[in-house]
Design a protein around this ligand. Structure first.
Ligand code: ATP
Ligand code: MG
Length: 210
């Protein structure tokens, strides 16, 4: 179990886009496992309105667990949720590397982030800690991305691979809107996640949860 993909995200909630991307990366890169790492309180996304009945970090973690529990190659890691205050990707990757020095980590992300990753906290430490895998829309022109990758390699010694991935038009935002508007989210995320969302009343309008 040596090659590990790291799938970070808010996972509010997790959906088939995340799961299929992880599966595609696992196959393409012969990963042994993919670990999903839900963020704690995100410094980029700020805090959410209580009136929208947003899940707590532990509850996003629980949804992520429910989504991956039937796949013994997918796991869920609570290190960001456990950490107090803002969580930064470089800290997570460094902590993983220290804890599991025998493993090789691949940080998986959407190719749109290629253009913003330099502005993340401590980009050089992110690139130092692991290889990166950017999922890119299959068929899209990758010239500009290849150029960006070369530039990041030059500047930070970044090791970045592009992973062609289908265009799956789904987002957590869409799921939250559907729930708020009373529309079905069936098949957008595994059924245990849907049951949990319903049971807890996440994303519904109106009276905040207790
Ligand atoms: P939100 O709508 O709240 O922004 P999201 O659906 O974009 O949520 P995140 O938790 O922000 O989900 O994303 C985590 C990771 O998953 C990011 O690297 C992102 O690029 C990737 N990702 C999100 N949606 C998809 C999708 N439909 N297909 C492939 N990758 C995706
Ligand atoms: Mg997003």
């Amino acid at each position: 179990m040596d090659r590990i993909g790291i799938m970070g995200g808010t996972f509010n909630p997790i959906h088939i886009g995340h799961l299929m991307m992880a599966e595609a990366a696992k196959e393409a890169l012969s990963l042994d496992e993919v670990w999903f790492v839900p963020t704690g309180f995100s410094y980029m996304k700020g805090s959410r309105q209580a009136s929208e009945n947003m899940p707590l970090p532990e509850e996003r973690l629980e949804m992520t667990r429910l989504a991956v529990r039937d796949n013994d190659r997918f796991r869920c890691a609570d290190l960001e949720v456990r950490r107090q205050g803002a969580t930064y990707t470089y800290e997570t990757l460094e902590e993983l590397r220290e804890t599991y020095p025998e493993k090789t980590f691949f940080f998986l992300f959407g190719a749109d982030c290629l253009y913003t990753i330099e502005n993340w906290r401590e980009p050089a430490r992110i690139f130092d800690a692991c290889e990166l895998v950017a999922a890119v829309r299959q068929g899209a022109s990758t010239d500009a991305m290849q150029e960006k990758i070369a530039q990041l390699k030059e500047r930070f010694g970044a090791r970045i691979t592009l992973l062609p991935f289908r265009n799956l038009e789904i987002s957590s935002t869409e799921i939250r809107s559907c729930v708020r508007e009373g529309r079905s989210i069936r098949y957008m995320t595994p059924q245990p996640v849907i049951s949990y969302i319903e049971e807890k009343g996440f994303y519904r309008k109106g009276k905040p949860l207790e």
